[in-house]
Design a protein around this ligand. Structure first.
Ligand SMILES: O=P(O)(O)OC[C@H]1O[C@H](OP(=O)(O)OP(=O)(O)O)[C@H](O)[C@@H]1O
Length: 236
């Protein structure tokens, strides 16, 4: 890790601690983190930065559990099992906290492109691409007018409806690595279409990540398609 990466990690740890502090006293935060309340006070107030190892623990271990719990708080599941996650996907600062936890707490290699499907995955993909310093791309259900060449992926869904996603062909170069992300994975049909797009582009899959897995069907389906790491922050 170079100096800039260390500094970024330390600042991310402070962001995580500040988020946790919003709903806790320093004593409670000390209990949650196992760190001394006096140190926490200095980190949260920006007087001192946590050391690299401590920062890593906060982001990768504590951060993952804390953000999963925070995400659970923000999700509403209706009586038919449909998920309202607007309180997560509309909150870019929250997703900016999720990004380093995903990048460091799962086994994904840094990709060349973070790919999602419009619409609800876009804010998460933007946060991750920004964290990695890579490009973000999203496939859409319509063709963009001025674009001449598309990669398209089509599938007949279980419902009988045919779904097609289009991605401008210039979005992914052959041989690039692509991390597929989405806010939600349920049947896995959307992620499968994105994996088809990566195949057509002659690119490599770096992994598949969803904020929320609704059951295991979607992740199981993705696992059948790729050996790359697959993960979700929470399962409902
Ligand atoms: O695993 P699956 O069964 O494919 O479901 C997951 C997809 O469903 C939602 O998108 P939706 O198609 O509702 O489009 P939206 O993002 O525009 O709401 C969600 O954003 C995922 O992309």
């Amino acid at each position: 890790m170079n100096r800039a990466e260390k500094a970024a990690l330390q600042l991310r740890a402070v962001d995580v601690l500040r988020m946790l502090k919003e709903t806790r006293t320093y004593d409670e935060l000390a209990e949650t983190t196992g760190l001394p309340a006096g140190d926490l006070n200095r980190y949260v107030n920006g007087h001192v930065l946590p050391g690299t190892e401590r920062a890593r623990e906060v982001v990768e271990e504590l951060g993952r559990d804390a953000l999963a719990a925070e995400l659970d708080e923000r999700i509403r599941v209706d009586h038919e099992g449909y998920v309202d996650n607007s309180a997560a996907v509309f909150d870019q600062p929250f997703l900016d906290l999720v990004a380093p936890v995903v990048a460091n707490g799962f086994e994904f290699d840094r990709p060349d492109v973070v790919l999602t499907a419009a619409t609800d995955g876009i804010t998460l993909a933007a946060s991750l691409a920004s964290y990695y310093g890579t490009r973000c791309a999203y496939a859409k259900k319509q063709k963009e007018t001025a674009v001449e060449e598309f990669i398209e992926a089509r599938q007949r869904l279980q419902s009988g409806i045919e779904l097609t996603y289009y991605l401008p062909a210039s979005a992914i170069e052959p041989g690039e690595t692509v991390l597929v992300v989405d806010d939600l994975i349920r049947s896995g049909e959307t992620q499968e279409l994105l994996l088809d797009i990566i195949d057509t582009a002659d690119a490599e899959v770096a992994g598949v990540f969803a904020l929320i897995a609704a059951g295991d069907d979607g992740t199981d389906r993705a696992r059948e398609r790729t050996d790359a790491p697959i993960g979700a922050l929470t399962t409902v």
